[in-house]
Design a protein around this ligand. Sequence first.
Ligand code: FSX
Length: 363
Amino acid sequence: MANDKSLIEILKSRGVSRRAFLKFCTTTASMMALPPSMVPAIASAMENARRPSVIWLSFQECTGCTESLTRSHTPTVEGLIFDAISLDYHHTLQAASGDAAEHAREEAMKENYGSYLLVVDGSIPLDNPGYSTIAGISNLDMLKETAKGAAAIISVGSCAAFGGLPHANPNPTGAASVADIIKDKPIINVPGCPPIPVVITGVFLHYLTLGTIPELDGLGRPKAFYGQNIHDRCYRRPFYERGQFAETFDDEGARAGWCLYKLGCKGPITYNACATMKWNQGTSFPIESGHGCLGCSEPRFWDMGGFYTALSEPTLDVTRAVGVAAAVGAGAGLAVGAVNQIKKKRAQSNHETVSVDDYKEDA
Ligand code: FSX
């Protein structure tokens, strides 16, 4: 249960040296887009931090989010941080099952009422409560009941944040996001299908060290990780500017590493840290592996016109006019509809009111 050991005690017991700890604090500050001057404050906060109780609920999802988190961090310090939260309930990771598992959730809620973190992955079916139940409790009822005593909610993955795959047209279960349902709690959206594991732990870290939720964009995503689009940080961007595009996945352009825009890359309308933080401990990310970005951290990405369909035909004007593209704030070469959609997304000022259904008119 929570609050039994401080974070530094846990790290020490696992053989993490002071030097490694401080290095980790520096990395954490950088990950959270905080200035180096914040490192001592982070170190001090982490030394005194107690493990928050975390209740993790999984609804309509593929478990990719949990796979992403668990497979990528052992035995790094980020992994230890994951150990350092008190994960009191998690369908996939907990040893208990049946009544014992449900009691663990109820006990954690009772013991830590008002202070526990609720993490949700997966969307919630609204059309028929029987579509998805846990211990005979509908996802909707379990979410509402567990959210009541939560200090904050982290929606991990695009399903929980925006509806994700279950919400894809024609949305047969009436899938809804957490923010569609819960209106009276701070909600941090950590989208991606799945999200980058270091981003998930980074959000935990922010809460753990600073006791606050990070600064969010109009879609409830932490700006530190979702503040820039893939296109702006993509190493293939110079090819885009020169109008050099792969036309097929096996042509000379593809072999030379040219831009994948014409092959359907959604990098220009996708806000995520893949191009900078990468995956598998910084090894690569989809575009580096030769595949366009699917836009998985954006609402309704399954319905964005096809993974291999270009956003629009890039023109000489837009491919060469970087300054103009920057001025419209949405990357170059976008179809007018896509630009409008992005502007609308960025204009949202209150993430709690953001719903996937807000974007229906743009479909
Ligand atoms: Fe969804 Fe996550 Fe994609 Fe899967 O929990 S964001 S389908 S990776 O597993 O919710």
